[in-house]
Design a binder for this molecule. Structure first.
Ligand SMILES: Cc1ncc(COP(=O)(O)O)c(C=O)c1O
Length: 394
């Protein structure tokens, strides 16, 4: 009989020669269960998506309630759809007053596309400043501001006008000028291997943007929704962006993204041309119902307040001679190893032991540790014990 593994390889587009090929039957909380019933700790949250764990009961209930009402009605922005309105309102309540207007999309890449278009349209400028080792997504605009040659070179020509600065270099900020429409930056770089900005760096960028009339776009697609110990990472850097992008952890596991700005900035999408950004499925009612329940639960259940204590526990328990360094913020951690061979060996052994970790797109000698925020103390102890045992084996 043809099994699903071979159908997967035959009929689904592959993007590498070595897919993990786990066959997961169910996911609950911090665990995935494969078709043999083997249990895996998901220590990467499906790459920073399942911040509230898999199948959070309040998210599941919200989805189910919405399924009883309607699935889909109309392209973005025409009908008053309760799940969209409720979510945008709750989101605005968590943000500084100036970030009060949300455009709902399907994904992180689309949020970035929308934000870049908005900045160009609002300022009438075309230059975009981005950073080496930045990751903002895989569509053309997002790819054009990716700070890695290897991943984008084969897809040229890209969107023109991108200028790349070294992340953390204050001197480079002189290149932000009256020609710059926007600066797009991750407050903590993710795929670069969890790179924190130096002290006051984001403030210096904010000041330079204000001085030159440039819009500051923060990409909080990975850092948002509690991952770094505050609801949004920018809260830790004493800045307010002009536009902020969300996706991944925003939807409790459902596909949704958003870019948020002020009413004044966002209003340029209404004219010249009308319908400045169009999306058929952006802000899908079922995704919005999930996002609303997810955010409500995140606010009510106190998980974000526990993130720093959980980070401390990981730091206390993950001590081993083969770990060069444990870096990061909150539950957005990178474990530096000697080289990619060690990383690959460790990933394989951990998989056998029932732990899922990963490396980073632009840093393959580090292990990504970004568990759901709902992971318990006991689960962290158990997972770290298994990681230490695996380190002894490589
Ligand atoms: C910081 C950042 N921005 C943008 C994206 C793109 O999001 P998506 O894959 O939903 O398009 C990602 C995805 O990994 C990301 O980490």
């Amino acid at each position: 009989m043809i099994n699903e593994r071979s159908l997967f390889l035959d009929y689904l587009a592959q993007t590498s020669d070595s897919p993990l090929m786990l066959e997961i039957e169910k996911a609950e909380g911090v665990f995935l269960f494969d078709i043999q019933g083997k249990k895996y700790f998901d220590l990467i949250s499906g790459i920073s998506v399942s911040n509230m764990g898999h199948r959070h009961p309040k998210v599941i209930r919200a989805i189910s309630d919405q399924l009883d009402k309607y699935l889909y009605l109309m392209v973005y922005g025409e009908y008053v759809q309760s799940p969209q309105v409720k979510f945008a309102n709750l989101l605005a309540e968590q943000l500084p007053p100036v970030l009060n207007n949300t455009y709902l999309v399907n994904s992180g890449s689309e949020a970035v596309e929308g934000a870049l278009k908005l900045a160009k349209r609002y300022t009438g400028r075309s230059e975009i400043v981005a950073f080496n080792n930045a990751y903002h997504g895989s569509t053309y605009g997002a790819l054009s501001v990716m700070g890695n040659e290897e991943f984008k070179n084969s897809f040229r020509p890209l969107v023109p006008g991108a200028r790349f600065l070294e992340f953390g270099n204050f001197k480079d900020l002189d290149q932000i000028s009256e020609h710059t429409a926007c600066v797009i930056i991750e407050p903590i770089q993710g795929e670069a291997g969890i790179v924190l900005p130096p002290k006051n760096y984001l403030k210096a960028i904010r000041d330079k943007c204000t001085e030159t009339g440039t819009l500051l776009i923060l990409d909080e697609i990975q850092t948002g929704f509690g991952r770094t110990g505050t609801l949004f990472a920018f809260e830790q850097f004493d800045i307010v962006p002009d536009i902020i992008c969300f996706a991944k952890g925003i939807g409790g596991g459902m596909p949704i993204g958003a870019f948020v700005s002020s009413r004044e900035i966002m209003s340029v999408f209404k004219t010249d041309p009308v319908l400045g950004h169009i999306t058929t499925f952006g802000g899908h009612p079922v995704s919005c119902a999930a996002a609303f329940a997810n955010l409500q639960a995140l606010l009510e259940e106190g998980w974000v307040d526990q993130v720093f204590a959980k980070e401390d526990l990981f730091r206390k328990l993950l001590v081993h001679k083969k770990i060069k360094k444990l870096r990061g913020k909150g539950l957005f951690l990178a474990m530096d190893m000697r080289d990619n061979k060690q990383v690959q060996d460790l990933i394989k052994i951990l998989l056998d032991k029932g732990i899922i970790v990963d490396w980073f797109l632009f840093k393959d000698d580090s292990i990504r540790i970004a568990p759901p925020l709902i992971i318990t103390i006991k689960q962290i102890e158990e997972a770290c014990q298994l990681i230490i045992e695996a380190l002894d084996q490589i």
